[in-house]
Design a binder for this molecule. Structure first.
Ligand code: 2AM
Ligand code: CA
Ligand code: CA
Ligand code: CA
Length: 282
């Protein structure tokens, strides 16, 4: 079984690299927005769809019994169910808005779960040519070099990453900024938004930022990155302090428990609905 997952991981790395090449070529020639999804700022390009199709096709040929959760397939009506079966969780372009604007943080994210547990994660940051890889129990790497989270214990000496997502409803924005205001005013040394959940998690794994939190993410945004964080020595926590459920659409990824718990204290938590519909009143 062990060797089989290694084979799958090698395949994920190869296909992520090939996908990254497609993304770089499209960045030069074709960054047109093809359509929007949940709102006018939720963008999809032809490259999002082409890359996802490429990944799924090539994995199906090699592992015909495996299942898939892919962002663009789910958008096209495929189920988003994480079962115990071997499942590839794919975000073909994490950072589509960045891609459209040529803002240079664009990643291909491939996570692989069995029995709902991540066995490996691959995040390819296409424009930096950085291949982030993690295998359960075997560490996290960038281009083969081992990664370690930051050792900082004090949030006031930390950089925190978060994102603003695509929900622009006043209530959601108010909650997000009320949490962010508290975090900024601790004060932290900085707040950053890379525009890609997967890249944010790789920044935590690399020790460049101490923590990343977001409410509204999907499983494909964080499946691969979550293993990078834990294998680099970091922790995952739900925004209310419990164990993270990758399907819950909210996450804190931090270098250590002290920082994660401090962020829990400052966040006004809420659960987004599955389809980005208006948030329920608290
Ligand atoms: P995407 O590029 O794959 O859609 C977390 O913020 C994730 O939400 C990002 O990694 C990004 O994933 C998505 N996202 C961020 N800003 C967005 C926006 N304005 N519209 C739609 N999705 C966005
Ligand atoms: Ca994404
Ligand atoms: Ca995407
Ligand atoms: Ca998207």
């Amino acid at each position: 079984m062990d060797d089989l997952w290694q084979d799958a991981m090698d395949h994920a790395v190869a296909i992520a690299r090939k996908s990254g090449q497609m993304v770089r070529e499209a960045l030069r020639d074709d960054r047109k927005v093809m359509m929007t999804k949940s709102s006018s700022i939720d963008l999809v390009t032809q490259t999002d769809q082409k890359v996802e199709q490429l990944i799924i096709k090539s994995v199906k040929e090699k592992f015909p019994t495996h299942r898939f959760i892919g962002e663009e397939s789910v958008a096209a009506g495929e189920p988003c169910d994480l079962t115990d079966f071997p499942t590839w969780i794919i975000d073909p372009i994490d950072g589509t808005t960045n891609f459209v604007h040529a803002f240079p943080f664009v990643a291909v994210s491939i996570g692989f779960c069995v029995n709902k547990q991540c066995e490996f994660g691959v995040v390819y940051s296409c424009l930096q040519d950085q291949m982030f890889t993690a295998r359960r129990g075997r560490g996290a790497f960038c281009n083969g070099e081992p990664l370690q989270v930051s050792t900082e214990e004090d949030i006031s000496r930390s950089i925190i990453a978060t994102e603003f997502g695509s929900n622009r409803e006043t209530e959601a924005i108010d909650r997000m900024f009320s949490s962010l205001r508290k975090i900024v005013c601790i004060p932290v040394q900085g707040v950053r938004s890379a525009g890609s959940a997967a890249v944010n998690m790789c920044l935590v794994a690399s020790g460049c930022v101490e923590a990343y939190y977001e409410i509204g993410i999907h499983v494909w945004d964080v499946a691969a990155g979550s293993l990078l964080v834990t294998e680099a020595g970091g922790v995952l926590m739900d925004v209310e302090g419990g164990v993270v459920d990758l399907m819950s659409r909210r996450i804190i990824a931090a270098n250590n428990r002290t920082l994660a718990e401090r962020i829990v204290k400052e966040i006004d938590s809420f659960s987004p609905t599955r389809d980005d519909a208006p948030l329920p009143k608290q």
